[in-house]
Design a protein. Structure first.
Length: 366
């Protein structure tokens, strides 16, 4: 009829009679009257420290846990951070919970989940716990990026690089990472017809970066693709109004106009254009041959002109020399002696005498 129950110091006895909670037993030896065998004692470990039981609501309502345990009854919008012996343990969602406080130091921090973004000084330690992802969505914004925070489809703020957490099942949260670094975009293989009906294949290079992350996310689904299409349209508008010769000789002017138009359109996408240039201009095969022939003819004409200029200059120089010698007999005499000196320096002088006048002249010179 009597039962002897021994409860150790690290235990608590939960007494049920006929399936209904009756009371709580502390450490020690207890004698229980049970003539019909309807008594049931369950032992709970006080060092656990979480008290889990299907009749926890009845146990908590009886008041027996006062001074022995911390009881939490969390509403739908409430969350609780549990710290055991100074170390973070886990996060609690809505529901009824109890923690023994007799053998372990349990601290509970209540949080209102209606503030969707969860900010805490110990967020790195909280995020490391394996079961936290059931209630918290932890995301990171990498260096060189910005995070555009949208809640229920509405823009909230732009977040700098760092780690962020958001409560799950409260609202639709989307953190869009935006790369703020300088980016190069190749717009290649664009076949465009010039004003004089010549089809070219152009490749343009655009260097840009995101200046307004919110605008870059909200205006276009893919801002890079949108910029690519804008550059395509501007290329056709700029090249289509120029003839081939003007395009080939004024590539810098074309690039400057292209950059101005692209910059104007990119501002509406939240982008800053750093530079725009035309990298390659490819012509059809027959057009290349034709241009090569034109270039060859131009170079031949230039070479011929230079040759004629040189011949004219040489003739003019000879004429000036002849006139100078004719006007100065002494200079003519010196020139003749200079020529004879060059001939004599050869080591052998052969003089062929012809008619009398020529021989006398050579003898007189010698």
């Amino acid at each position: 009829m009597f039962k002897t129950i021994k409860i150790r110091p690290i235990e608590a006895g939960i007494v049920f009679r006929d399936g209904v909670f009756e009371r709580l037993l502390g450490a020690g030896r207890h004698w229980m009257f049970d003539p019909w065998g309807k008594l049931k004692i369950e032992r709970a470990q006080l060092r656990a420290p979480w008290l889990v039981h299907e009749q926890l609501d009845m146990i908590a309502k009886s008041g027996v846990l006062t001074g022995r345990a911390t009881v939490l009854d969390l509403k739908d919008h409430e969350r609780a951070l549990v710290w055991v012996d100074g170390r973070f343990s886990h996060v609690l969602g809505p529901g009824l919970f109890a923690y023994w406080t007799t053998h372990r130091k349990v601290e509970v921090e209540l949080v209102d989940a209606r503030t969707v973004r969860f900010a805490h000084k110990e967020l790195p330690a909280i995020a490391r716990q394996p079961l936290v992802d059931k209630l918290l969505d932890v995301q990171a914004v990498e260096a060189g990026h910005a995070g555009v925070l949208l809640i229920d489809g509405n823009f909230v703020e732009t977040l700098p690089p760092g780690q962020y957490a958001f409560w799950k099942n409260v609202a639709r949260v989307k953190l869009v990472p935006v790369d703020l670094r300088e980016t190069m975009l190749d717009v290649g293989g664009q076949e465009i017809m010039t004003a004089d009906k010549v089809t070219l294949r152009l490749t343009a290079v655009v260097t840009f970066r995101v200046s307004d992350p919110r605008l870059a996310v909200s205006v276009s689904e893919d801002v890079r693709t949108a910029l690519y299409r804008e550059v395509q349209l501007v290329l056709r508008a700029v090249v289509g109004t120029r003839e081939l010769d003007a395009l080939l000789t004024g590539k810098d002017a074309v690039a400057a106009e292209l950059e101005q138009l692209v910059r104007r359109r990119a501002t509406g996408l939240g982008l800053e254009i750093l530079s725009v240039g035309i990298r390659d201009v490819m012509l059809p095969g027959e057009m290349k041959d034709l241009l090569n022939k034109v270039t060859e003819a131009k170079k031949a004409a230039e070479a011929n002109l230079i040759t004629r200029r040189e011949e004219t200059a040489a003739a003019r120089s000879q004429a000036n020399t002849a006139r100078l010698l004719a006007e100065n007999p002494t200079l003519m005499r010196l020139k003749e002696l200079e020529v004879l000196e060059k001939i004599a320096s050869g080591g052998k002088l052969s003089v062929v005498l012809g008619e009398k006048g020529l021989a006398e002249k050579i003898v007189n010179l010698l």
